[in-house]
Design a protein around this ligand. Sequence first.
Ligand code: SF4
Length: 58
Amino acid sequence: MNEQKNPNIHCTVDQCRHNLCTEPFCTLDTVHIGTHETEPSVKECVDCNSFEKRCGAR
Ligand code: SF4
């Protein structure tokens, strides 16, 4: 796998398999952002739905 940094998507979630890890960026071309709330009001209400747990991540 030859994953490239997407400089347009800054992300520090290195538990995600799509994170570059050596730098805080995503490697996907696009990500799907959503919410688990009916009326999101703060940033904690918003999720990256493209997250996938990295193998070996706790
Ligand atoms: S998919 Fe979402 S959580 Fe995973 S590295 Fe990309 S932006 Fe971060």
